[in-house]
Design a protein around this ligand. Sequence first.
Ligand code: PXG
Length: 293
Amino acid sequence: MKVYLNGQFVPEEEAKISVFDHGLLYGDGVFEGIRAYDGYLFKLNRHLDRLYDSAKAIALDIPLSKSEMAQAILETLRVNRLRSSYIRPVVTRGPGDLGIDPRRCYGKPSVIIIAKEWRSLYGEEVSQRGLKTIVASTRARPPDTLSPSIKSLNYLNNIMARVEANYAGADEAIMLDTHGFVAEGSADNVFIVKRGQLSTPPTVACLPGITRETVIELARTEKILVNEEFFTLSALYSADECFITGTAAEIAPIIEIDHRPVGMGKLGPITQKLIQKFRTITGIPATGTPIYE
Ligand code: PXG
């Protein structure tokens, strides 16, 4: 596998950056997670917009234009002859001295693009039966701290929630915000279904997920009402259906929260319908950028 590193393609074992890179020392950088389905990069421009917005928000100048970045991503897939893949662009502040001040970074930002053959996140079995989740005691960061809409390299908060899930033997953790409303999963957005309507938290204490936005569009096309609203843990516990969305997770049903069954404790009809619809819109020119012309 070859990795794009600052303009060059290097073998994965040689893809290394400085121990003085502020991305490593301080988590000072941004990233994206993109999927390619059957030769088409899903919603590439939306991911590029979010990457550049995240970089702007932390005052990081990406040394490539958006179209140069798009070309670099496509080239990484071509060099590795990939059609179905998970792509991870990362931009860090670059090497500097041991102070936090970004002005002390003497190099350019480091640009890394990793593309791997796609493998199912939870495994086929878990995705089909649905996920068992816990509500983490780790809260989602409030927007007046480091905004959760910045996809930065500071993921420790989410990792702490994920560690809670691991200790509990659960597949995923759901985080509440500091007011006690449901925020998001450790690496995905959360939806509930109640009386045929969908609810998902507004993107205040969660990442504006691209799968989230896609599911909202799909649901509205299906004439399913979608409410972007705050809801509590009790609404989560008493939901008819619940699912998470993410680039890696796609739409994954949740069948258990804190050992309580969600609805009937199995995949519900609206979740199933959205999963089916989602499958029809990936790997096609209408939503994807072709990798091989
Ligand atoms: N919330 C958070 C905190 C995320 O990190 C999402 C929601 C979903 O967004 P998209 O745009 O992918 O629908 C993410 C996704 C992984 C992984 O391995 C996923 C993310 C980051 C790191 C790892 O699934 N981001």
